[in-house]
Design a protein around this ligand. Structure first.
Ligand SMILES: [Zn+2]
Length: 561
């Protein structure tokens, strides 16, 4: 029987993505990374190399199939809070640059291949952008060449640990082609463009170009891959100026090296040891029907988890799971639960706020972990799922048959059914609330309940954020249904108070390695807020990556799907 519990593993500090990932803007000299001195190269030569690297990246990207997620929030003006979300849009797909820009959708409303990007962009942003517009926020494209642009050297600047040469880029006068207009940051070792920020020009014929800030991350010597794009508009005329559109959006890419390609690499290093490996000798060689039943269920569970991990949707096992499992352990001990086989925890890498169970594994989405303000609210999210497991709400054992998980990555959300009935939901809510009342979090339940109150306050506007991929929705008709019996314990939600933090902005906690999908919790800093505008509960915030160079080489392997 478990006997100890452990607290304060999920920091209580308020963490903001924008501040904890803020890049140091140190003046030029004293390169921390020991890179070569770029001043010995002429500006002309640097630009030649940067253009060459951009072309090479385009070719590499054609062989890669990362997941691409875009989430946007349309904003309305608010007297005290600056702007607040009015509606939102979400899209998840698998990027394919082999024949133009395509995204294979993972969304339920659009199975299979999508007919071109224009449609996607219209759906995501509700505005008809040029088809090449979106791709141009990830790559500068084949037209990015010296004959078409004027480059002006600005300064040297550090983005994190990486020293960059900064240039302003303008299409040559009289150019009619749609071109990038803005600024590029070129790292000074291999001359890759690691960030570009601006828009497209010229705007004519009713085309709209949004502004964007596009970041890349280093995945090994010389390999810089698109990671994040932040877009924001505050004065975009919407459909010929009939009204102004205000929105912010974030595109994230990850899972560059997961799935089949990864498995192939594993196979090449597989060695078979002949004599010194003994088959596991069981102390007792009988397997009772109950043990066989549990093993069968565990097999179904493992098959589903493995399939989601292969599709790049689930983070591999790692330290963040241990944090979640510690909180689960706290709930189990204080409620005298001894669940066998033991409960495990995993993280779904997508933004929509959700949680669910796969057999005895609890899964929380990255978006949910991001916005939870403290350990008690994490306890709240986990207690509901622990209750499902304790109440015997099982996974369909059809997944114990391996053919059930043989499907395309894009079909993952249609082919896996992890939904719970209303009766199961109600039972898990009831038991979950009881667990919390016995738990080490019992004195902090007003904080946890305040999170639910904040969720309810934003639920009518953030319908896309609250639409789960696999789990059950936490709200219904704009009301919180998940653990709702706790809500009366919450204090009044006071959006204007800077010392009441009910929910964090998206991107506050989980950091994803876009190459291999490993995750870690970001170091939190206690940043005093200047005003309530900086609270941004459930909102997107600008991205400032702290760029570093990886020493280890990541092998780029073309994926077959
Ligand atoms: Zn549930």
């Amino acid at each position: 029987m478990k006997s100890k519990y452990c607290l304060f593993i999920f920091s209580l500090c308020v963490a903001f993505a924008s501040s904890s990932r803020l890049c140091a803007q140190t003046p030029a000299d004293g390169a921390a990374d020991g890179s070569s001195d770029a001043t010995s190269l002429s500006v002309d030569r640097v630009i030649d190399k940067a253009i060459e690297q951009e072309r090479s990246l385009g070719r590499k990207m054609a062989g890669l199939r990362p997941l691409i997620e875009t989430y946007t929030q349309n904003m309305g003006v608010h007297a005290d809070l600056g702007a607040v979300p009015k509606s939102d849009k979400y899209f998840l797909g698998k990027l394919d640059l082999t024949r133009g820009v395509r995204q294979k959708s993972l969304m339920p409303d659009s199975k299979g291949w999508m007919g071109g990007l224009r449609q996607r962009i219209r759906q995501v942003y509700s505005v008809d952008y040029v088809p090449e517009g979106f791709a141009a926020t990830i790559l500068l494209g084949p037209n990015f060449e010296k004959s078409r642009y004027d480059f002006t050297y600005v300064r040297r600047e550090f983005l994190g640990e990486v020293r960059c040469l900064v240039f302003d880029v303008q299409p040559k006068k009289g150019s009619r082609a749609v071109s990038f207009l803005g600024r590029i940051w070129v790292e000074d070792r291999d001359f890759n463009i690691v960030r570009f920020n601006g828009t497209h020009a010229p705007s004519s014929g009713g085309s709209l170009y949004f502004h964007f800030d596009s970041w890349r991350e280093n995945m090994g010597p010389g390999l810089w891959l698109p990671a994040y794009v932040y877009t924001e508009e505050s004065d975009l005329p919407y459909f010929m100026g009939t009204r102004k559109l205000r929105f912010k959006g974030q595109t994230r890419l990850w899972a560059y090296n997961t799935g089949k390609a990864n498995k192939q690499n594993e196979l090449t290093s597989l060695t078979v040891e002949a004599d010194n490996v003994q088959d596991k000798a069981a102390e007792d060689d009988t397997i009772t029907p109950v043990e066989a039943f549990r093993a069968w269920e565990r097999q179904a569970e493992d098959n589903v988890l493995q399939r989601l991990e292969e599709a790049g949707l689930l983070a591999p096992d790692g330290p963040v799971n241990k944090v979640l499992e510690t909180v689960i352990n706290n709930l189990e001990i204080t409620n005298n639960l001894d669940i066998q086989p033991p409960i495990r925890a995993r993280v779904l890498l997508t933004t929509p706020i959700e949680s669910f169970t796969v057999g005895h594994t609890v899964v929380l989405s990255r978006g949910l972990i991001d916005v939870l303000p403290d350990e008690a609210s994490l306890g709240l999210a986990l207690a509901h799922e622990v209750a499902h497991i304790a109440l015997g709400h099982t996974l369909d054992t059809k997944y114990a048959f391996n053919d059930r998980t043989l499907f395309e990555d894009e079909e993952s959300f249609f082919r896996l059914s992890l939904h719970r009935t209303e009766a199961e939901e109600a039972a898990a809510n009831k038991a979950g609330v009881e667990y919390l009342k016995n738990s080490p979090y019992k004195d902090k339940l007003s904080n946890a309940a305040l999170f639910l109150r904040a969720l309810e306050a934003r639920a009518p506007e953030l319908t896309a954020l609250l639409r789960p991929h696999l789990g059950n929705q936490m709200t219904s008709s704009g009301k919180v249904t998940r653990m709702a019996d706790l809500i009366p314990q919450a204090p009044k939600l006071e959006m204007q108070r800077t010392d009441q933090i009910a929910a964090l902005p998206l991107g506050s906690r989980v950091q994803v390695d876009l190459w291999n999908n490993t995750i870690k919790l970001m170091k939190t800093k206690n940043v005093p807020l200047l005003s309530a505008r900086e609270k941004m509960p459930f909102e997107l915030s600008p991205v400032f990556l702290y760029l570093t160079r990886q020493q280890q080489s990541s092998q780029v392997t073309a994926q077959t799907r």
